[in-house]
Design a protein around this ligand. Sequence first.
Ligand code: PLP
Length: 448
Amino acid sequence: MSTPLNINRRNSSALYKKAKEVITGGVSRNTIYRRPHPFYVAKANGSYVTDIDANTRIDFANNMASLIHGHAHPVVNEAVISQLQRGTAYTMGTGIEVEFAELLTERNKNFEKIRFVNSGTEAVMAMIKASRAYTGKAKIAKAEGAYHGTYDFAEISQIVKPENWGNIDQPNPVPVTYGTPKGVLNDVVVFPYNDTERTIKLLEANKADLACVLLDPVSHRVGLFPIEEDYLVAIYNWTRKNKVLLVFDEVVTYRVAYSGAQELYPVTPDMTALGKIIGGGFPVGAIAGNADVMSVFDPTRKVIKQPHSGTFSANPITMTAGKVAMELFDKQGVDDINNITNIAKNQLRDVIKEADVPVVITGAGSMFRFHLRHNEPRSHRETYQNPEEIKLIKEILDYLFYHEDLMMINTFACMFATTITQVEVDRLTEALFNAFKKYKKEIHSFAK
Ligand SMILES: Cc1ncc(COP(=O)(O)O)c(C=O)c1O
């Protein structure tokens, strides 16, 4: 490993030793684990994070794409502090929940009704259960490689490899977690993203049992390239014809356009799962969509098809932070962040050329991902990273973290915040140029 051990890390190293004593593996989410130990934060502001050993880094991960305004935004903070003094959660409703619901439903005409939950995983789970409750059918269809959180059904085939992914005409449903019940595997139809013919064939073969088709319009793990319009329209038309729901996971992609990435396509999903940025830095999720479909949650109905609660759902801290953050992320805010991201991508493509490395960039809106490839991938199997590639990417990311003082998402992706300016973009460009020069030989020896 090329990790330099001469950087300041004494305090983080000592804290990790303690953490391992009481937390399994020393971390509550595997995402933050890194060798030889995770780093612990002392403070963060805007796009800069300082750890407890006084190393300051530029943040291009933004808590896994959830902090659209970076860290400790003063307007969000002020509103949250004011709410904190009036309580954090009650066994009663609050006006701020209604105001935030109004704001989000006004932003997107497909969101006739909304419900708040506490995470993206929970939103996707509730959406899948609502699809079953509404249609009376059990199966869901999802794309190979797509990450939708950790609900049993949603996580099938998120991690696959050539040894187990099966024939592309009928991809295997591959469990992520040991002990996943067979019944779960039987109720998930896995299809290849952006492959119309195969996907429609698979949907046809299962149409009698399908409750919903679950799609992320720019799936990060599939490869962070936008879904192709013809493909999406074909699936949409198929769902209309066969009375199967089309449900979107926009937990990450809501940032792409003012009403979410769905704004860019001529389709109307029946429901959409939201999360990440709409929490303004606090844990959140939401399900939004067609009023008739969403009525399965309705406690005023004689039959409540999907009883649905959650101790901290719509708590006023999250609602306050989310509302302020989304007010700040208005049409201009979305345009500005997308523009600076485009500038970054152009500069990065220039240094890729200059460094002469086979690297391509995919993405949409304020997010992008590097691939060690000659050509842009357009399917998950083309994006697939074998263990060797994962090792090299880890080395590059470690180099960026330790030598260039910047943080990215571990798939080699950046999720921008509105606090990123030309200064941070130039630093990113320079750092990547250095990294590409340093690892040029390795990238060449292995890029497909
Ligand atoms: C597309 C997508 N869906 C769902 C989730 C799950 O969200 P959460 O981590 O809030 O449970 C994530 C998280 O990264 C995600 O990227």
